[in-house]
Design a protein around this ligand. Sequence first.
Ligand SMILES: [Zn+2]
Ligand SMILES: [Zn+2]
Length: 777
Amino acid sequence: MGDSPSTRYDPQAVEAARQAAWRERDAFRTPPPAEDRPHLYIKPSAPFTSGNVHIGHVRSYSIGDAYARFRRARGEDVLFAFGFDAFGLPAELGAIAGGEPPSEWVARCAEHMTGQLQRLGFSFDWERSFMSSDAIMYRWSQWLFLVLLDAGLIYRGAGNVDWCDNCQTTLASIQVEAGGTCWRCHGPVRLIELPQWYLRISAYLPENDQRLAELAAGGRWDEVALASQQYVLGRVDGVELDLTAPSAPEASGAGPAPQPSASGAAGEGARLTVFTPHADALGQARFVLVSPRHPDAEAWAAGVQQELARMRSGGWERSAREAETIPLIDTGRTLGGPDGRELPVIVTPLVDSRFGVTAVLGIPAADHADEVLAQRLGLDLEPELEESTQEQRQAGQAAAPGARAAVRYKAFDFAISRQRSWGTPIPIVYCEVCGAVPVPREQLPVLLPLDIRPTGAGNPLAELADFVETACPACGGPARRETDTLDCHFDALWLWVPACVPPQEREEPLEEIFALPDLRHWLPSERLVAGSDSGNFVFDQRIVTKALRDIGPLAFLADGEPFAGCLFHEMVIREGRKMSKHLGNVVDPDELLARYGADTVRLAVLYAARPQRSLNWSDSAVLRCHRFLTQVWDYAHAQLLQARREEAGELPASAGTGGEPAAVRDTSEHLRVKLAGWCENGVARITEDMEQLEMHSAVRNVMRLFDRIKDFEKRVLARQPQLGQADREALIDALTQLIQVLGPLAPHIAEELWIAFGGEEHGAQTPWPGVSLQVPA
Ligand SMILES: [Zn+2]
Ligand SMILES: [Zn+2]
C-alpha cells in the first residue's frame, strides 16, 4: 500500500510524481487505429501563441481533458492533441514589441505554454502537437489554397482595407484607434481599395443551414454552439419575386442617361429578382434596395458609376450600419412594383448587413429601417400610409403572382489575404505574360523567410528581393511572388485535421496524407471543445469540409461535418467584467498552481459554472475544492490505516464476522445496502454528467457521494462501537468508486489514491467503476 497515512496532502509532490509516471509510461500516446475498438477524437481549441496560458485556457482544457480521461476510463481509444495557431497579427505584434523575429518569438511562447499545460497535467498527446507556422504545416494552407482555387472557391476581387500613409501599411481593424488613427504613428487612416483573395462560401450556405437540424438531432452540439452557427449563417426567410423595368425608363437627374449594360441586365425590360421578409406587404413596396456587391449592381448603377465606385471604396464597412447614416445611391432607374407602381432602385450596403448580397423590396409600412430610408429619399408616404388597408395588401400579393418562398443568408465571402509578413505565403506568382499563376503543388511549400523583422511599417516580405523575384512556373519568364500572406483564419480551416496524422507521416505529400487510414479512423471529431467566440472559425471549417468532400480528399465525410459534437464554453470573468491587465482583475494560473496545485485549480474551474455560462471568478470555488480534495485525501488514508491495523490484529476483532448479536449485524447490513445504493446512484449520475460534459454537475455529485460515504460511517458508529469487517470492506469499496469517478476531474490525486488502494498503475487513466482496463502484458 501507499505512503504513510500521516502524510499530509501535498499537491506539488503528488502531481510531480504522477506526471513523471505518465511521462515514463507514455500514457497519452494515441493508440494506433484499431477499428474493433471504440475510439474518438476530441478536438481542443488551437491556442494562439500568446506566450501565456490564461485562466480561460485552463477552463477550456480542463473540460476537454476531463472528457478525454472519462472516455479513456471507460476503455475507449482517445485522440487528444492540438496545434498552436502561431501565425497572425497578435504574434507579429508580440514579436515587434519583443524586438525579435516572429519565428523565434512564437517558438519561445509555445515552449513556455507547453510547460504550463504540462504542469496542469492535461493529457494531450504532445508528440502530435505542431505549430501552424512550421513549413511542413503551413504547406497545408498553401495546398488548401490551390485546391480551393482550382475548384473556383477562391477568387481575386477588390476589397477595402485600412491604410496608413505614414507607415505605408494596411492595418487590421484592431490597429485602428477609436478616433480612426493608426495604432503606431497616430496618423490618419483611410480606406483604400486593394485587390484581395476571397474565399467563396456562398455555394455551401444552404447545406450548412440544412445540416444544423441533423446536428441538433444528434444531441452532441450544445445550444451555444448551435446558436453560433445560426448567427453566423444569418438566415432570413421570406419571398422573392422578379420585377421588370418599365419599357420607358425614367430620365435620371443624377447623371448621364442610363446606358444599357453590356449584358443588358439593367436595360429596358430588364429583370431583377428581389427578396423581402414581409410577404404580407408586397403591395406596399415603395423602392428597391440593391447591395453594392450584387452582380447586377454595376448595370443598374450605370448612370452613377462614380458614385458606386466611391461607395465601394468609401468606408461604409466601418461606418454606422444604421439606416439614418448609411450611404445611399439613387440609380435614377425604376422597376415595376408588385402593385404596378414604379419603384426607384437604390444601391446601399444596408442590404448586406441585413440580408446578405442581394436585392430587396423597401416596404416602409412594414419595416422601420425602410421607413427611415423613405424619409431620407424624400418619398411622400403619408397618404399612402393612411390609405393602406388590408385589401390593398392583398391586392399587392395578387399583383405579384410570381412570389415564391425564398431564403437569404447574411454570411458572405470574406477576404483571406493580409498585407503582412507573419503568415503563410500565398502560392501565387505574377507574370507579365501569364498573369497570376498558381505555384505547382509539387513545389510546395513556398517558404517564408525566417529572418524577417517586421516593424509595423510596410510589409518586409515585399522588400526581400530573394523572396519576391522568381520565375514563372508557366513560361519560365521573370515573375514576382505574391507578398500578401494568408490570414490565420485560413490556417484554422485545416487545423483540426493534422492531429489525426501520425508524426512520421507528416512530411508526405498531402494527397497521400488524406488517403491515410488514420483520417478515416478518427474523423469526424467526436467533440470540439472551444470558446464561444469560435463560431466563425467553426462555420468556415464546416464549409471547407463540405468543399473537400466534394473535391475528394474528405469524400469519406458524407455529411461534410468536421465535428459530430461541439461544446462552446463561455469565458472566465471577474467581478462581472472581462479580465484585463488594465482593470487589474486578471487571475494568474501560475500563482494558483503554486499555491493549490493543478487538481484544485482544474476542479475549481469545472465546479464553478456550467460550461455554457460565464464563469465569474471567485476564490471561494478554489478554497472549496481544495478543502474537498484535502478531506478526501485525509479520509482515504485514515480508512486505509484503520484497515491495515485491523488486518494486523492491532485492534479487537471486528464486528460482523460472526458471533455478534444479530441486531447489530442487521443494522449495519441495512446501512451497507443503503451505501451500495448511494454509490450506484451516484456513479450513474456522474456517468451521465460526464457523457453530457456537464462537469460542474459531475463535481457536485462527486462531493455528494463523499458526504454519503462519511455519513455511512457515522451512522454505523452511532449503532455500534466500531465498523465490522463487512462495513470496512463496504466503505473501502465505496471510497474506491469515489476515487474512480474523481479520476477524470482531479487526475493526479485520484491516481495516487487509486494506487494506495491497491489499484494497478497503467495506461492513460484509472478505470471507471465497473470497467476493467487491460493491463499490458
Ligand atoms: Zn501609421
Ligand atoms: Zn509566365
